[in-house]
Structure formats: structure tokens, C-alpha cells
Design a protein around this ligand. Structure first.
Ligand code: AMP
Length: 138
């Protein structure tokens, strides 16, 4: 995996506004926040996308994410929030080191805007994708 700015932050070569650290996880403020308290949570393991992350790092992230969400809620006084995790440039990933955004949603104008072009799931598609994904897991 190519070196990213987050590897430098983990090694302490680039400063960050750190809010949490353990052996496997680091959390710090996003440098271009889209809401007050916008926080990034990253594994120390240098995986570019979530599908490439080890179970150990995934478990470590899963363990601390709820606690960090509660801390952002308490600190900002904003109860609603989005957790965003982008994978691939088409999916708006800019830094190719796994990261979860915790983004407070103070009101409908601030925070994350989400496009959600939903349509009803057609029966043939449901069968096809259920079978294909279940097979891919096996
Ligand atoms: P993404 O589009 O999901 O890859 O988001 C990458 C995020 O990393 C953006 O929200 C950036 O503002 C943030 N970011 C980039 N460099 C830094 C940095 N040095 N410190 C904190 N956040 C950063």
C-alpha cells in the first residue's frame, strides 16, 4: 500500500488533534470538518480500504467506535450523527488508509448531505444478489 498522510500522523511525523489512541486505533479531528467535532477514527494497520483490513484491526475499531460516537455527542451536544466510511475514489475516498468519519448532524442544513437514489428491490434481482453474495462469502 502507498504511504499516506495518515501513516505519518500515526508515526507522529505530522501533527494531529488527537482525541483517542490505543495499540491498534487512533482518532483525531478532521482537518477540514463539515460539522463541529467531525472526527476520524483509523486503524494503525496500513490498509487502504475496509475489505483489506485484518479481523484484529476491524474488531479493535468496532470496540471503540461507539465510545467515540458517544464522546462526540457529549462534547458537541449534538445527538444526531453519521458514520461514513469511503472505499475507492469513485466512492469519494481521498486518503487511501481506512478511516471512519464521525460527523455530527446538527440540522438538515449542516453536516453530511446524502444522495440516496432508492428504488424497490425487484424479485429477480433479490434472488440473484442474495445468491451471488452468499456464494462469495463461502
Ligand atoms: P475521505 O474522502 O473519506 O478519504 O476523507 C479523507 C478526510 O481526511 C477528509 O475529510 C480530509 O479533510 C481529512 N484529512 C486529510 N488530511 C488530514 C490531516 N492531515 N489531518 C486531519 N484530517 C485530514
Amino acid at each position: 500500500m502507498a504511504e499516506t498522510i495518515f501513516s505519518k500522523i500515526i508515526r507522529g511525523e505530522v501533527p494531529c488533534h488527537k482525541v483517542y489512541e490505543d495499540d491498534l486505533v487512533l482518532a483525531f479531528l478532521d482537518i477540514h470538518p463539515i460539522a463541529p467535532g467531525h472526527t476520524l477514527v483509523i486503524p494503525k494497520e496500513p490498509a487502504a480500504t475496509l475489505d483489506a483490513l485484518s479481523e484484529t484491526s476491524a474488531a479493535a475499531l468496532g470496540r471503540v467506535l461507539p465510545k467515540l460516537c458517544r464522546a462526540v455527542q457529549r462534547a458537541t451536544g449534538i445527538q444526531a450523527y453519521n458514520v461514513l466510511q469511503n472505499n475507492g475514489s469513485e466512492a469519494h475516498q481521498a486518503v487511501f488508509h481506512v478511516h471512519f468519519h464521525i460527523i455530527p448532524k446538527p440540522n438538515s442544513d449542516q453536516g453530511l448531505g446524502v444522495g440516496w437514489p432508492a428504488a424497490p428491490l425487484a424479485a429477480p434481482d433479490a434472488d440473484r444478489w442474495r445468491d451471488a453474495i452468499a456464494r462469495a462469502l463461502a
